[in-house]
Write a protein that binds this ligand. Sequence first.
Ligand SMILES: [Zn+2]
Ligand SMILES: [Zn+2]
Ligand SMILES: [Zn+2]
Ligand SMILES: [Zn+2]
Length: 113
Amino acid sequence: MATYKQPCVHCGAFIERDSRLCPSCGSRSPFGYHCPTCQREIEKGQPVCSGCGRSLMVVCPTCGQPTFADERCEKCGAGLMIHCSNARCGELQFFENIKCTACGKKIKKEVGK
Ligand SMILES: [Zn+2]
Ligand SMILES: [Zn+2]
Ligand SMILES: [Zn+2]
Ligand SMILES: [Zn+2]
């Protein structure tokens, strides 16, 4: 049984190519980076998304340092994803997203978490 495996860009674990989630580090985009707002593929280090024009450098809400718009802060490792506030959805969303990319509803930010 030949299954294609590819390394996760975040942790390097070999995982099946059709996986949507890395079982090793839990990343939801194991084979590349995606714009957190429009989901377009982006390169690490790219300053601005070519799809929606958002800046791909953000300020980490935990340590206050600039970091690439990824699932985790490059500086302190704090997660940059929040769960959609819509109870029926609950998808992980980038903390700066105003609208959920999964259900399209507005995300209410929980303060102090
Ligand atoms: Zn991984
Ligand atoms: Zn974008
Ligand atoms: Zn940080
Ligand atoms: Zn949602």
